[in-house]
Structure formats: structure tokens, C-alpha cells
Write a protein that binds this ligand. Structure first.
Ligand code: GLP
Length: 230
């Protein structure tokens, strides 16, 4: 799964040095980032002019806090492959004016002519980025209340559920659908059921990822277990 996704992104960056990437956090893409780091180290790809947007951030966590997605993206990818600071767009979970932070982020994406390749994982409840069930298919970058399911899934990072932030900023489903190309990755048995719902149930707001059914350039990359309910 990771190798396939990395191969695509390396191919695209080699075609367009100024590619605009939108990158997910979480466990799923760890192997993908590892392969991109390796390819960079081996001189197979240059990320010098690539532009990167992260997709979500916990509210209240600074970008230097180790459980923030800003920290994750820098340490798993951006800082390791030479993404320029001026080309790295991170959501600020400690912005004083969160509404403005969200509006500015949408504007920054638009200014780059949108995201060329968006890499997504999926939550057990069907969330993509942090678009929880019930999110509007037209939603844009905004503040969202995290569900119990999402907080529970991330509790191990914080050592306790109580410490997991209750809110996040996330790009919207509308933002995601405007990306020119999307790769959705999932691995493991605990994603099998939601992957089946995402791809086979009727598009509905209870499964935010089902919005992807209507995307013109969607690539789904699964391991065998995640594909086992299809
Ligand atoms: C997280 C993130 C998403 C991620 C999803 C799945 O909490 N907000 O960006 O894709 O949930 O996470 P994981 O890959 O760890 O299963």
C-alpha cells in the first residue's frame, strides 16, 4: 500500500516540481512517508519546490507539541525531505481567531490553484481529515467537535482519553473534493467495514468518506485486510 502510493507521488513530483500536496496524518501513511524519505535520500526525487498543506489540527496544540499534526508532518516528512518553510502550510490550532485561520487557509489553497494530489487515511467512523459524520459535503475549512470514536482512536498518543483535545480544525469535504487527484489509503481489519460502506453504500453524510464516490480521479489503495469486506 505504502509503496504504491509513494510510487505515484514520486512520479508526479518528477513530472511537476511545484506539485501541491495535501497530506494526512495518522498511522496509515507512516510507511508512505518512510518511502518518500528514502527516495529523497537516494536522490530519486527532489521536493525542493513542492508545496505542502496539512489537512487538520487539534485545537489548543501548538505546532511544536509532539501530538500536533504540524509536528507530525514536519517530522515524518517535510523537514526530512527539504520542503521549504515558505512552501509548508500548517493549520494553527492555537490561532486566536480560529474562524479567520480557517478562512485564510482556504484562501491559501486557492492561491496555489488548489491541491494537485491529496493523500487521505480514513477513521473507523468514516471521517476523512477530521470531517466527522454529519459533515456537509460542501463544507470548507472549519472548526469541528471531535467524536468519541475519533478521540478514542487517538487516545494512545496522549496516554489518556481525557487529554485528547475535543475540537479540531479540518479542511472540509468540499475542500477535499476540489483536489484534482485523491489517494485514499487504508490498512487492517478494523478499516474493512468502513471501507465497504465508503465505496458501496449510497453516498450519505453518516459516512463522510462516501463523498469520494463522486470524485473523478480517486485512487483507493488497500491492504488485503482492509479490502476484506468488499
Ligand atoms: C486521524 C486523522 C486523519 C487520519 C485518520 C485515520 O485522526 N485526523 O488524518 O487519516 O484519523 O487515522 P489512522 O491512519 O491513524 O487510522
Amino acid at each position: 500500500m505504502s509503496a504504491k502510493a509513494a510510487k505515484i507521488v514520486i512520479r508526479e513530483v518528477n513530472k511537476n516540481q511545484r506539485l501541491v500536496l495535501g497530506l494526512a496524518s495518522g498511522r496509515t501513511p507512516l510507511g508512505f512517508y518512510q518511502r518518500l524519505r528514502l527516495a529523497h535520500k537516494q536522490g530519486k526525487v527532489s521536493f525542493n519546490n513542492v508545496i505542502v498543506f496539512n489537512l487538520d489540527e487539534y485545537i489548543g496544540l501548538g505546532k511544536d507539541y509532539k501530538n500536533s499534526y504540524g509536528y507530525y508532518l514536519r517530522h515524518q516528512f517535510a523537514d526530512k525531505v527539504g520542503i521549504k518553510d515558505s512552501n509548508l502550510y500548517l493549520l494553527n490550532g492555537r490561532a486566536k481567531d480560529l474562524k479567520k485561520e480557517c478562512q485564510n487557509y482556504e484562501a491559501k489553497i486557492r492561491k496555489q490553484n488548489g491541491i494537485d494530489w491529496l493523500i487521505l487515511g480514513i477513521g473507523k467512523n468514516g471521517h476523512i481529515a477530521f470531517n466527522e459524520p454529519g459533515s456537509s459535503f460542501r463544507s470548507i475549512t472549519r472548526v469541528i467537535n471531535l467524536t468519541y470514536s475519533s478521540r478514542l482512536a487517538n487516545a494512545p498518543y496522549f496516554n489518556s482519553l481525557a487529554k485528547v483535545p475535543k475540537r479540531a480544525i479540518t479542511v472540509g469535504l468540499g475542500t477535499i473534493m476540489r483536489a484534482k487527484n485523491i489517494i485514499l489509503m487504508a490498512a487492517g481489519k478494523n478499516k474493512a467495514e468502513i471501507i465497504a460502506q465508503t465505496l458501496k453504500s449510497e453516498k450519505n453524510r453518516a459516512v463522510p468518506a462516501s463523498a469520494l464516490q463522486e470524485h473523478k480521479n480517486l485512487i483507493v489503495i488497500l491492504d488485503k485486510l482492509a479490502a476484506s469486506c468488499l
